[in-house]
Design a protein around this ligand. Structure first.
Ligand code: 26Q
Length: 823
């Protein structure tokens, strides 16, 4: 049978090997003697891609024939991570390809390392979109992800002299074998200019938008394969180009330079990902990015709808359901209205009905400074027609509110899509809320706070729209691919069903009391820690002991996430060792990683702070082997895959009420780390799931913080009241970690002392006490292993499959569609 297998679709080791050599020769144009690792990587990627395309084309054809209802996930970010390993896992070809490479004298792991990850996102929100695409395909749900094909993704981070330095991410420099450009699939997007209205010959009021500039969106398609199914969905990312007529115009007007400038301006729209998370920047180019991809997505959906033979758009919402990943694509609400009313001549009321039934909105933040709002003049000059449409949406909306709450002008002001409290703004969350039939938060606590704070008035108006959809992560990438040791151990005991039905992990519960299993469990963890230790040695030249407790804090750097609280704890330990050089202490390794937004001064200072403290501690002979501190540069998906499996302790220490959900917390716990955390975001639900006795809880609750603040929070009282805390702060201020420089960290300490918006000092004592309990338990390795096993056994809820099932049932109302490959 091997000989009759097709080179492009066959899956035997023999065929894979032949196809691989073929691709090396005919696609890379290389013979083995001169091939580089990258040539080999690409030859393998193309081999895998062929198998993907078979499934993808069959999926597309099936969806088209069956006119399947389709989920469109609109997101400004998709943080996919490397494709090759994941696709091998999902195709079920990992072992076969590993063997085929071995027979060719190559090492699959080395080839996997060649792939430059597509960093088309900042952090949690973008990674969530990627996990959801994986689950949609695995659950065989027809879906399209729409987003932006940034030429430069999130910057690469280097650490020089302890400071973050940003390097541009040229992820496309060696080509991208996973995408298929669609140069013939181009759509026009207008910007600026003005509108005029007239009454057409049928007596209809019509508005024409005469733009100042037109760019075109070009589609780039990436297949997203489900796990051991034939479903491969579409991720369609848009790149901005100058319109076709550009060359022609240049020729005609003779203004060659001006025309080339125009071309560059067009292409700038999708040049670079904005590297800020959780803090808004009201930049024109950002608004252009948002509108650009939303317009392309909606035009594409209308095109697909019409392709299926229907001309009249009255059932658009039956064909498509659109999820808005935060407010970044919220302009879609106005854009769909514009397309339906202006371009397809639909009456306003009908268009509004369709629009509301089409969209649903996920909120990811409560931070006031992260809520998107656009200055009215900027908005109006870029999108004049949309501003008119938004005014009209708002006028009709506020009329309804007035009926329900006569005379309540304050409520009108609070609900209005236009913020008129000072400078006037368009509030994107309000636009999303008014234009959607469903609104959700991303963890139980967050959804509750959403209803009490940011969207309170909307909740009072339409409580039936609100629900919670607790985030989840894909076990394929975050367990099977990244932690093969644990995967093998689990599968040996309970079979392989758990990969698709993560609740099955519960079968591990009885094994928590099994000494032999626990020993194997610990040995898997130890192997993972050894590999991370090796990486740390290679990468930053610090030696860490894999027998020490690996305590890990990796995520974007932000004051509310409180990386510096952990540093205060580290300094506390250090202080104890200096006080009592012979103190017996559990050896500990603190590992940090994360990027700071380039313009976020405090976050960058925190990185410098971590590195400076690490420098002093790692050099000081007094600590001997009891304490190590490491900052891993350039934390990204690839590095996450190394880090989660090696963690003993997961640090989830944000101020209660600030972390909408967190998803790293889930990845850690699924890989057997125990959590030290606050009652924030999904921590609350993780603790509930694994059992309070298997979770290290500390810190003020949301309610306690509220009370603390009501009574006037005075951080200095906490500092003065705790001798150790005061000593720690004084040591920092003394310049001990900054070569005697008493200025360097002054802003940090001063800020804590005076203001401490995120209440580090209020939670310090509780954190330190809790840590003592952690160390106590860690000394009992059997107990620790038992808790670790129970954590994994009870984490099934946090699969993104569960989350996607909930979205499908409650919001999208879509059914799976089986894909069958032709015999
Ligand atoms: C907005 C306007 C202009 C420029 C950038 C942005 C921007 C970009 C990214 C604003 C926010 C983000 C990202 C937010 C984010 O990642 N939020 C996280 O979402 C996760 C998934 O729901 C949650 O688990 C985290 O708690 C939340 O912080």
């Amino acid at each position: 049978t091997v000989l009759t297998e097709d080179d492009r679709t066959g899956t035997s080791i023999e065929t894979l090997r032949r196809a691989f050599m073929d691709n090396l020769f005919f696609i890379q144009g290389r013979f083995p003697e001169v091939a580089t690792k990258n040539d080999y990587y690409l030859a393998l990627a193309y081999t895998v891609r062929d198998r993907l395309l078979l499934r993808w084309l069959n999926s597309a054809k099936t969806y088209r024939d069956q006119e399947s209802r389709t989920v469109c996930y609109l997101s400004a970010e998709f943080l996919l991570g490397p494709h090759l390993g994941n696709n091998l896992i999902n195709l079920g070809l990992y072992e076969a390809v590993e063997e085929a490479m071995r027979q060719t004298g190559l090492n699959l792991k080395e080839l996997l390392d060649q792939e430059e990850e597509p960093g088309l996102g900042n952090g949690g929100l973008g990674r969530l979109a990627a996990c959801y695409m994986d689950s949609l395909a695995t659950l065989e749900i027809p879906a399209i992800g729409y987003g932006i094909r940034y030429e430069y993704g999130i910057f690469d981070q280097e650490i020089r002299d302890g400071w973050q330095v940003e390097i541009t991410d040229k992820w496309l420099r060696y080509g991208n074998p996973w995408e298929i450009p669609r140069p013939e699939l181009i759509l026009p997007v207008k910007f600026g200019g003005h509108t005029y209205s007239y009454t057409d010959d049928q007596g209809r009021y019509r508005v024409i938008w005469e733009p100042h500039q037109v760019v075109q969106g070009v589609a780039y398609d990436t297949p997203i394969l489900g796990y051991k199914v034939n479903t491969a969905n579409l991720l369609r990312l848009w790149r901005a180009e100058a319109v076709e007529s550009f060359d022609f115009q240049a020729f005609n007007t003779g203004d060659y330079y001006g025309a080339v400038n125009q071309k560059i301006a067009s292409e700038n729209i999708t040049k670079v990902l904005y590297p800020n998370d959780e803090q808004l920047q009201g930049k024109e180019l950002r608004l252009m990015q948002e509108y650009f991809f939303c317009s392309c997505a909606l035009q594409d959906m209308i095109r697909l709808y019409k392709q299926s033979g229907k001309q009249d758009l009255s059932r658009f919402h039956e064909k498509f359901t659109v999820q808005l990943n935060d407010t970044h694509p919220a302009i879609s609400v106005a854009e769909l209205m514009r397309l339906l009313v202006d371009e397809h001549l639909m009456p306003w009321e009908q268009a509004w009905d369709i629009t509301r039934q089409t969209f649903a909105y996920t909120n990811h933040t409560l931070l006031p400074e992260a809520l998107e709002k656009w200055p009215l003049d900027l908005f109006g000059s870029l999108l004049p027609r949309h501003l008119q449409i938004i005014y009209e949406i708002n006028r009709r909306f506020l009329d309804e509110v007035r009926l329900q709450y006569p005379g309540d002008n304050d409520r009108l002001r609070r609900l209005s899509i236009i913020d008129e409290s000072g400078c006037r703004y368009v509030r994107m969350a309000h636009l999303a809320a008014v234009g959607s039939h469903a609104i959700n938060g991303v963890a139980v606590l967050h959804s509750e706070l959403l209803k009490q704070t940011v969207l309170r008035d909307f909740y009072e108006l339409t409580p039936e729209k609100f629900s919670n959809k607790t985030n989840g992560v894909t076990p394929r990438r975050w367990m099977v691919l990244s932690n093969p040791g644990l995967t093998r151990l689990i599968t040996e005991r309970i079979g392989e069903d758990w990969v698709k039905h993560l609740d099955q992990l519960r079968q591990l519960e009885p094994l928590a009391a099994d000494a032999e299993f626990a020993a194997q469990w610990r040995s898997v963890k130890h192997g993972n820690k050894e590999r991370l230790a090796q990486y740390i040695r290679d990468r930053i030249g610090v030696t860490v002991d894999p027998h020490s407790l690996f305590s890990i804090l990796v995520k974007r750097i932000h004051e509310y996430k409180r990386q510096h609280l952990c540093v205060l704890k580290v300094i506390t330990l250090y202080q104890m060792l200096r006080d009592q050089p012979h103190l017996e202490m559990v050896p500990q390794t603190f590992i940090f990683g994360g990027k700071a937004a380039p313009g976020y001064y405090m976050a960058k200072l925190i990185i410098k702070f971590i590195n400076s403290v690490a420098d002093v501690i790692n050099r000081d002979p007094v600590v001997r082997d009891r304490l190590r501190v490491v900052f891993l540069p350039n934390y990204n998906v690839t590095l996450g895959q190394r880090v989660y499996p090696a963690a003993d302790l997961s640090q989830q220490i944000s101020t209660a009420g600030y972390e909408a959900s967190g998803t790293g917390n889930m990845k850690f716990a699924l890989n057997g780390a125990l959590t030290i955390g606050t009652l924030d975001g999904a921590n609350v639900e993780i603790r509930e799931a694994v059992g309070a006795e298997n979770f290290f809880l500390f810190g003020h609750t949301v309610e306690q913080l509220q009370e603390l603040r009501c009574n006037g929070y005075r951080p200095w009282e906490f500092a003065n009241g705790h001798p150790m805390l005061k000593r720690v702060l004084d040591l920092i201020s003394s310049g001990y970690f900054s070569h005697g420089d008493t200025e360097l960290f002054r802003p940090l300490v001063e800020h804590l002392w005076q203001d401490d918006r995120y209440c580090l000092l209020a939670d310090y004592q509780s954190y330190v006490d809790c840590y003592q309990r952690v160390l106590q338990v860690y000394q009992d390795q059997a107990q620790w292993a038992k808790m670790s096993i129970l954590n994994v056994a009870r984490m099934g809820k946090f699969s993104s499959d569960r989350a996607i099932r909930e979205y499908c049932q409650d919001i999208w109302h879509v059914q799976p569609v089986k894909i069958v490959l032709p015999a």
